[in-house]
Structures are given as C-alpha cells and as structure tokens.
Ligand binder design. Structure first.
Ligand SMILES: [Zn+2]
Ligand SMILES: [Zn+2]
Length: 280
C-alpha cells in the first residue's frame, strides 16, 4: 500500500513554488494552498511560468493531491448582490487556477444564510455552483462541513441536499474533524464515527468524499464555535482523531492539517509527525 498522504495548508507567499518548499520543509506529501491572499478578494490567474515550474516540482516530489482553499469571505447564500458577485468571481478564478495546476479541487465553505434559513437559500446556492461548474472545467468543487455555527450552511444533511440537487461528478466533499466535533459529533466515541460513516453511506455521499481536514479543536463538543488546535492538544485528542482517520472507509483519504502550529505560523513538522504517529 502506498503511504498515507498527509500534508498541510501552506503559504504561496513569494510565488507558487514556495508552497512546495514549505511542504517539503515540514515533511508533507500533499498540500493545500490559497490561490491568492486569504484576506482580499483580488484573484489573478496563476502566471504560466510559475504554473509549469510548480507542476514539474509537484510531479517530481510526488506531492499530489494539491487542494485549493477558497476565500473565507465567500458567501454563496448571501442576499447582497455585490457580495454574491464577488464570491462568484473569486471562485471562478480559483477553479480555473485549479485546472492549471491539476488541483484535486477547490474547497469551499458555502457561507451563511443570515437567518433566512437553508431552505430559502438553497436554490440560489445550487444555481451558482451549477453556473460555476458550467463555466469552468475539470476542477472539482469541494463542499466543506461547517462547525455548526449559527446560520452557517454545511451540516451533513445540507451537504446531502446540495450534492443531490447539483448532481455533478465534479461536486465533492471535505470533512473537517474539528468542525464535526464542534457541530456535535463526539469523535472520541468509535460508535459516533461509525454512525457518521453509515449515514454517509446511506446518503451515497461516501463516494464524493475526497479529503479529510485533520484539526484538533480548541472548543468543546457542540460548541458551534470553530477554533483549531494542534494534533492531540485539543478537546478531541489523539483517540478521537485516530478514530476518524483510521476508519476502514476513510483510511484511504488524504489528510490536510490546518492546525495553528507550535509558533502560530500554521501546520508544521511536529503536527505532521503527530499525525503519522496516529496512523494504524
Ligand atoms: Zn477545514
Ligand atoms: Zn475550521
């Protein structure tokens, strides 16, 4: 069996290929990047020379899959046309940049319905994602589960509705361990992980699942408040995280860390090593 893919969210500051260096520095063998600044709407196509260099290095070092994380500012459920348009345009560029680097997909937090309810915003969300898929090629659109924050879209039930209504092989799912825990899934109990996997199987969502975000949680079970902690140092702990990544139906999936790191600069060698130590 090929070794498990374990990497982290890394910076592209100074150029796309710096993410390769950042990954190798922490002994990662896959990665996630922002395709621009995480705090600004500005998005540009990746320069062609950087793309070629990046693709060559990813291949040489065997660092696939490469995920792109969308801007946190994105909200496909907003009732503000300006914000919706900015969200759409940013995702459009993320998806086309994804195609240039053969990305395994753009991971998206759908956003907040701002109290209007999922049911009254889901048609808009579905329509926008379909339009994004129509106007781009190849790159998967990956929906990430939410931490159960008020008004945020991204429960398993909501993801199920979206996946069914969009009905495209390019729609995929990413599950984040901290978000699951914060939304009420007590991963420390093997039975809870088993029930979650059974639920995904019943809903035929398992085949859409392409990535695990592995983060410990700084906040308690069902907090509805998303704050990541280093592997094994949070409320989920080693047993819970191990239950999640070693489940027989999940143990083939790439793992991406978004942990704060020892010095708050993001995932690091120590967190990658702590993850490898959990693998069975
Ligand atoms: Zn995440
Ligand atoms: Zn998170």
């Amino acid at each position: 069996m090929s070794p498990r893919k374990v990497g982290g969210h890394v910076s592209i500051a100074g150029g796309l290929t710096n993410s390769v260096k950042n990954t190798l520095d922490m002994s990662g063998n896959c990665l996630q990047i922002f395709a621009g600044s995480p705090r600004s709407w500005a998005r540009n196509p990746f320069p062609q020379d950087q793309v070629q260099n990046f693709n060559k290095q990813i291949k040489q070092q065997n660092l696939t899959p490469v995920f792109i994380h969308a801007l946190y500012l994105v909200n496909l459920a907003s009732d503000n046309p300006n914000l919706l348009n900015k969200s759409y345009q940013a995702l459009l560029i993320d998806l086309s940049n994804g195609q240039k680097i053969n990305s395994a997909g753009v991971i998206v937090h759908i956003g907040s319905h701002q109290g209007r309810g999922f049911d009254s915003t889901k048609d808009q969300v579905v329509k926008l994602i379909k339009k994004l898929l129509k106007n781009t090629q190849d790159t998967p659109f990956i929906i990430e589960n939410s931490a159960g924050e008020k008004n945020k879209i991204g429960s398993i039930e909501e993801i199920n509705t979206l996946v069914n209504q969009i009905n495209s092989p390019r729609v995929k799912i990413c599950l984040d361990s901290a978000h699951l825990f914060e939304a009420g899934y007590d991963l420390r109990k093997l039975k809870v992980v088993q029930d979650l996997v059974n639920d995904l199987q019943t809903k035929k969502l398992l085949k859409h699942l392409v990535c695990l975000h592995l983060n410990d949680s700084k906040t308690p079970l069902s907090s509805g408040h998303d704050q990541h902690e280093n592997i094994g140092q949070g409320e989920i702990g080693k047993v819970g995280l191990s239950n999640f990544i070693n489940h027989p139906k999940l143990n083939h999936l790439p793992i991406i860390l978004e942990t704060p790191g020892q010095n708050k600069s993001g995932p690091d060698l120590k967190n990658i090593q702590a993850t490898h130590a959990l693998l069975k």
